[in-house]
Every structure is written in structure tokens, then in C-alpha cells.
Design a protein around this ligand. Structure first.
Ligand code: ADE
Length: 329
């Protein structure tokens, strides 16, 4: 059976399954194009469980594009704290400025040209919010399709996403948003990545080529993974009279975020070390292996000195530093 036929036959059972089995997620209630943009940007690279509560809070604080556009970047970053990939938050705020001024774009090209919106997010937003027949191919969707077809193409190769996207485009139904979310949902709760997929619960059990071969786990095929770069660093929690030193990071990872003073390798001595703790944070391409030190000192230098309460209320400290936040009190 060719791929297109398999997909066409799969469509009705998938939608029927989705209506029955879908999770009740906060962004699946009443939605506006803006709220779909928020949830899809939040869900990029971030697990549904981590997003749920944060999405609700974000929408309470910034219910419309106008409200978000009127906020300062630091306020928005504070509300994004802990979600990671902070350029998403900055881009979302810039997108809100455009939407507040010009209205929500009504075409794929218009949505795709908003800051921070790539092919995947444009496809998701256009299908879910605008009902356009635009596929959204992410890792979940690649996994379920490569399994359905027992397709051995290396999905990390350029062009792999486009190939599956073109194929999907030819079968998109009128209820485009539902189809997009059904594909995502199957990958998220049945055709899961690590460990055995739950083929017994899958609407494609009888249709899936990988399942017929008993080789679900062989797909998708990945290219060789590049090793992450390891950076040894020292992080100082400098304490002076009940305040703590923060720096606004100027370049590289976590640019524009507030963090504790960070030194690649060793740090200079600034006072008496009261505690030491090791922690690790894994980014996409880099790992920070950190030695954190709590140091009693006097206020000095270029740092911003803030109390524990001020830090809590005003400054977004990325999770990379969270291991050392326990010293701030
Ligand atoms: N991941 C990305 N978008 C999603 C959505 N709309 N529902 C569930 N998981 C998602």
C-alpha cells in the first residue's frame, strides 16, 4: 500500500479516536488566534505537563495581544520564568505588538512571518486557529508517520519534514485543526518515543507497517547525534547585607536573562565562601557543569544587588541557576 493510501485510510479512525481519547488540556477550551499562538509557542520544545499551569497563568496575565504588547519585556520574561528558550517569550511579545496594530494575520505566509514562528508553529496555528489545511510536522508527527509507513529515511536530514508535510497536505480534511491535534495527540499518548508504544490502544494498529513488522522501535531513524559541548563554570551567589548580586546576561546562552555572576572555569575570590554545591544544566547543544559558591561579601562592581523578595517578584532567573536559588532567602 502506498503512503498516500495509508494516510487516507488512517484519517477517519484517527479522528474518531481523537474525539474519544483526547486529553482535556487548558488550551483546548475556548480559543482565539492569539491564545493558540501563545500555547503553540509555549509547547515548542517544552512538555505538555510543564506548560499546562503556565499557560493558564500567562493568559490570565496577558489575555489579549494588546495586553501583551503593552507589557515590558522584563515582565513577560518573568511570566515565562522556568520555561526555557526565552527568545520565544521575546518574540511572542514582538508578535503581539504586530497583531495589536495590524490584526491577526489570516494566511500561512502572514502567520509564518511573525517573529519566532517557524514552519511547524505556522502550520499548527493556521490549522487550529484559522482552519487552514496546513500541516504541522514536529518530532511527534514524524514518529507516527515513519512508523505508519515503516519509513527508514533519516529524519534529521534536510527535507525530511518537508516530504511528510507535503504528503499530509494532500489529505487534510475540512476540520483541519482537529486533524493537526489528533496527529500530535497520537504521538504524545499512544505512539510514544521511549519504551514500547501502546499499539493495543492505537487506531492505526491494523494499518501500521512498523507494527506489522514488529519493529515500531526501529522508527524514526536518526542521524548521528553530535555530542554536547561541556562547559565547566563557577557560579557565585554573592551576598552583601541581605542583597544578592545579579547580572543581566549580555550574550550567548540565556542572553538578556538575569542570573548569578557566572565565570567559565574558576571565579575570582570576592569574599568568604560559606557553601559549595555542584549542579548541571543541559541545553540543546551545551552542558554547563557548575560549581556554585555562596560568598559573603560587600557590594561592588557592575552588579545589580537585589533582596530575595525583589528577585522573587521582578527578575526572571532561568532554571539553569535554580540549584543555587536555595541560598537566596
Ligand atoms: N504540542 C504542540 N501543540 C500541541 C497541542 N496543541 N496539543 C497538545 N500538544 C501539543
Amino acid at each position: 500500500m502506498d503512503e498516500l493510501t495509508r494516510l487516507k485510510r488512517g484519517q477517519a479512525p484517527l479522528l474518531e479516536w481523537y474525539r474519544r481519547a483526547r486529553r482535556d488540556l487548558p488550551w483546548r477550551g475556548e480559543r482565539t488566534p492569539y491564545s493558540v499562538l501563545v500555547s503553540e509557542l509555549m509547547l515548542q520544545q517544552t512538555r505538555v505537563e510543564a506548560v499546562k499551569e503556565r499557560y493558564v497563568r500567562f493568559m490570565e496575565r496577558f489575555p489579549t495581544a494588546e495586553a501583551l504588547a503593552a507589557a515590558s519585556e522584563d515582565e513577560v520574561l518573568k511570566c515565562w520564568e522556568g520555561l526555557g528558550y526565552y527568545s520565544r517569550a521575546r518574540n511572542l511579545r514582538r508578535a503581539a505588538e504586530i497583531i495589536a496594530k495590524e490584526g491577526f494575520p489570516q494566511t500561512w505566509v502572514g502567520v509564518r512571518s511573525l517573529p519566532g514562528v517557524g514552519d511547524y508553529t505556522a502550520g499548527a496555528v493556521c490549522s487550529i486557529a484559522l482552519g487552514l489545511k496546513t500541516p504541522a510536522v514536529d518530532g511527534n508527527v514524524l514518529r507516527i508517520l515513519t512508523r505508519l509507513f515503516a519509513d527508514g529515511q533519516n529524519i534529521d536530514e534536510a527535507g525530511a519534514k518537508k516530504r511528510f508535510s507535503d504528503l499530509l497536505e494532500r489529505v487534510y480534511p475540512e476540520n483541519a485543526g482537529e486533524f493537526t491535534e489528533a496527529l500530535m495527540e497520537l504521538g504524545a499518548i499512544v505512539c510514544v518515543p521511549n519504551g514500547a508504544p501502546m499499539c493495543g490502544a492505537c487506531p492505526w494498529e491494523g494499518l501500521c507497517a512498523a507494527h506489522a513488522e514488529g519493529r515500531e522501535e526501529a522508527f524514526p531513524v536518526h542521524g548521528e547525534k553530535r555530542a554536547r559541548k561541556i562547559v565547566e563554570a563557577t557560579v557565585l551567589v554573592l551576598r552583601a547585607g541581605g542583597t544578592y548580586a545579579l547580572e543581566k546576561r549580555e550574550g550567548g546562552l540565556l542572553k538578556g536573562m538575569y542570573g548569578f555572576p557566572f565565570f567559565e572555569g574558576e571565579a575570582p575570590e570576592f569574599g568568604k565562601t560559606l557553601a559549595v554545591k555542584r549542579a548541571k544544566h543541559v541545553f540543546t547543544h551545551v552542558e554547563w557543569h557548575m560549581t556554585g559558591k555562596l560568598v559573603e561579601t560587600e557590594r561592588f562592581g557592575p552588579y545589580l544587588w537585589a533582596s530575595a523578595e525583589e528577585i522573587e517578584e521582578r527578575y526572571a532567573i532561568p532554571s539553569a541557576f535554580k540549584a543555587f536559588s536555595e541560598w537566596v532567602k
